[in-house]
Design a protein around this ligand. Structure first.
Ligand code: GCW
Length: 723
């Protein structure tokens, strides 16, 4: 009996610990674990021995709450808040509230901040050193508080700290492709967070934690619904629910946006048309805006996908994108709202190279949009591929605010099973030079508005968040949410610092853990390019779900949906000729780049087959033939994933059993799938190249037919079916 009790006790302890380990994933990079180093602990205990933090509104209360949760966890004792400023060791307060003597000490720093920036500084005051967190606004204080806690989690030396930081981009937004039935288009982390059925009354703790996580990296806007939009979200029944979410998010400086279905006036307004030049239609949208703002005074505005992939738009009425966007902009303008109009367009009736169509369509509209319109452009001209050259609209649109759209969810990057650190991809695009205003005209400068002095700057990330316990499906995919936020705040950060910050706040401050795992993260993006789409290959994914390889697919209704359209492999060679002898997409870039991309010898090899159709025996810089080079890249990708597995294995001593196991299992799947990609693609391309695999490339263990016959009717990320 006694033994039985012990077994029960052990079992309970075991399950409790497994459970709590799983819950650790939920906390993201806000774990606030007990600080181990005694010296750091002592210095922080001194720093916060008495905290002055007055609050007169919700944003400040949220900041103070964060501090009250975090500090006891990290320091092992409750925080002492005090109303006596003069005696406090940490003062957190808005600049306008500080006594003159303190203001003077940080005036210069504060003058250089923008409205969302903050200062964290050690100053000498009343004959002692104290720490000060200040800002012009409440939201600046919230950001400053999160930053302070972030530095503490990383055990940074805070004695003598002097830091002033402001976001470089105005709108730092997540785009949720969440449907009202809670399915998430291209979502690989469960269902939508928004529980529409229980809203508005039931406020899930997740909404608050979502807002905390976003605010901690400075994300200040969220589009709740899918760009493939449902007009119902604009009806009173749903607006009441949106209002409840907006109320939670407001306290964390996050504005809510909705996607607006262009045909909403017909679908929910009983009008006969949605023609943007029709007065009734214009009135309908103005009234709709009024109705929304009556509920949500700080509503952000609309995100619109129009005349793209079957979505309705102004062209249904013989009008254009400017007519459509400006009509909505006029409706939102009196309330301070924005229209974010997407430029992801390509037509089934146009046989121009798909990569050229958005530029051709939008460039003539430059300068014609109203001042509260932002045109949102994907990072590349096709569609969130593992690697694409930057979209030629960046730098070319000179009088139109242009938002960067990155995809955080891994539609074309192995879903949430593959470990891919996306800041590497984002930064490659941001650092690219457009040459549109001479050398140094980087995409980052276009996006932060500094190149052309745009009135609004914006960066959007298609969210990878769902209701999985760990939010993002793969624990390392949390780093992509984190990294997106950090880059939207400052597009000039390095991938190295982002990875390091995330690792230290999420896992451990131990250098022996951080260095190899950081290296693993930093190479992971190149690995996925190698085993999926090397040397500029793109869009060779299987149909619909985009899970796994499908380079052979050639039977879809639109030519530009078929992988064969993109790789154009034949007996002579492989690749898409986008030079002046081909589709001439190169001419959409500034002359310097156009020239560079027109010649295979001067095209960076990572984009070789994006711009050129080349013979199988074309000689690469390495001296290898193109065929051998492709095969060796596929093999390299697989080898890199093997190394990732080994690296993780070595990290075991630094991890809990659960942390170790979950990533280990995922890395094993990734290895299996990297091999699948290599084998399937090489076997297929070999039917054209008719050459043997070079030395060092493993022979596939299945036939091409076997790979071709794989079907995944229930792959996640597309609308679920009942049977
Ligand atoms: O990447 C493609 C996706 C679609 C998506 C579309 C878009 C929301 O396959 O699922 O639709 O792009 O960005 O509009």
């Amino acid at each position: 009996m006694k033994q039985f009790k012990i077994v029960i006790l052990l079992f309970t302890l075991y399950t409790a610990s497994v459970k709590s380990q799983h819950l650790e994933d939920y906390k993201l990079w806000l774990k606030y674990e007990r600080i181990e180093s005694k010296t750091v602990l002592q210095s922080y205990a001194d720093l916060v021995s008495q905290v002055y933090f007055p609050t007169d509104n919700e944003v400040l209360e949220n900041a103070k709450n964060e501090l009250s949760t975090a500090l006891p966890n990290m320091l092992g004792k409750p925080v002492e808040f005090s109303e006596n400023l003069a005696e406090s060791t940490l003062i957190i307060d808005r600049y306008d509230q500080l006594p003159n003597a303190l203001q003077k000490l940080i005036k210069e720093d504060v003058d250089n901040l923008n409205d969302e920036g903050y200062v964290i500084k050690t100053v000498a005051y009343n004959n002692k050193n104290i720490s000060l967190v200040s800002a012009k606004t409440n939201i600046g204080i919230l950001y400053g508080t999160f930053r302070l806690l972030n530095l503490m989690q990383m055990n940074e030396d805070l004695a003598g700290v002097s830091l002033a930081d402001s976001p470089k981009i105005d709108l730092r937004m997540l785009n949720h492709w969440d449907n009202l039935d809670r399915s998430v288009e291209r979502g690989y982390a469960g269902f939508s967070l928004w529980n529409w059925q229980k809203l508005p009354e039931y406020i899930d703790q997740r909404y608050i934690d979502y807002a905390r996580a976003n605010a901690s990296v400075g994300i200040n806007a969220t589009v709740l619904t899918n760009v493939n939009a449902n007009a119902l979200v604009l009806t009173p029944m749903y607006l009441e629910k949106v209002e409840a979410l907006a109320k939670v998010f407001r306290g964390y400086g996050i504005k809510v946006y909705l996607t607006a279905r262009f045909s909403a006036p017909i679908e929910i307004g009983n009008l006969k048309t949605a023609d943007p030049l029709n007065e009734e239609v214009q009135k309908w949208w103005s009234n709709k805006a009024k109705e929304i703002y009556a509920r949500i005074p700080d509503f952000g505005g609309f995100l619109v996908k129009a005349n793209s992939e079957g979505q309705p738009g102004p062209q249904n009425y013989g009008r254009n994108h400017v007519d459509g966007a400006n009509m909505m902009a006029t409706a939102l303008k009196p309330f301070g709202g924005n229209v974010i109009w997407r430029a992801f367009v390509y037509s089934e009736h146009d046989d121009t190279d798909r990569a050229k169509q958005a530029y051709d369509e939008f460039l003539p509209y430059d300068g014609k949009f109203k001042d509260n319109v932002v045109v949102q452009v994907k990072n590349g001209a096709i569609d969130f591929q593992p690697r694409e050259p930057f979209h030629p609209l960046f730098g070319a649109l000179k009088e139109t605010p242009i938002a960067m759209e990155f995809q955080i969810t891994q539609e074309y990057l192995g879903f949430s099973t593959h470990l891919v650190f996306l800041p590497k991809l984002f930064i490659e695009v941001l650092e690219a030079d457009t040459y549109q205003k001479g050398p140094g005209s980087t995409v980052a400068k276009v996006v932060d508005g500094s190149l052309y002095n745009n009135a609004i700057s914006a960066m959007a990330g298609v969210s990878n968040i769902g209701n999985d316990l760990n939010w993002t499906g793969h624990p390392f995919a949390q780093a992509n949410w984190y990294g997106f936020g950090r880059l939207a705040w400052n597009p000039y950060l390095s991938a190295d610092e982002i990875a390091e910050e995330w690792l230290r706040t999420t896992y451990s401050n131990d250098k022996k853990f951080i260095e190899p795992i950081k290296e693993m993260m930093l190479t992971s993006r190149e690995a996925v390019v190698n085993y999926m789409n090397p040397l500029g290959l793109h869009h060779i994914f299987d149909t619909g779900h985009h899970y796994g390889p499908g380079p052979w697919v050639d039977n879809l209704s639109r030519p530009d949906w078929n992988p064969v359209y993109y790789h154009k492999a034949d007996e002579n060679g492989i690749g898409f000729d986008r030079t002046d002898t081909g589709s001439n997409a190169t001419e959409q870039y500034a002359p310097f780049l156009e020239k560079k991309f027109n010649d295979p010898a001067t095209t960076p090899e990572m984009f070789l087959l994006w711009f050129h159709h080349l013979p199988w025996d074309y000689k690469l810089k390495s001296g290898n033939s193109l065929w051998d080079g492709i095969a060796l890249k596929y093999q390299k990708g697989v080898d890199q994933v093997s190394t990732m597995n080994a690296t993780w294995e070595n990290a075991k001593p630094f991890l809990t059993a659960h942390e170790y196991e979950e990533v280990k299992m995922l890395l094993q799947i990734q290895l299996k799938e990297a091999k699948w990609w290599r084998n399937a693609c090489l076997l297929y391309f070999q039917t054209f190249s008719k050459r043997p695999l070079p030395k060092g490339v493993e022979q596939p263990n299945k036939s091409l037919e076997e790979y071709r016959s794989l079907k995944f009717p229930f792959a996640p990320g597309i609308r679920p079916q009942w049977n």
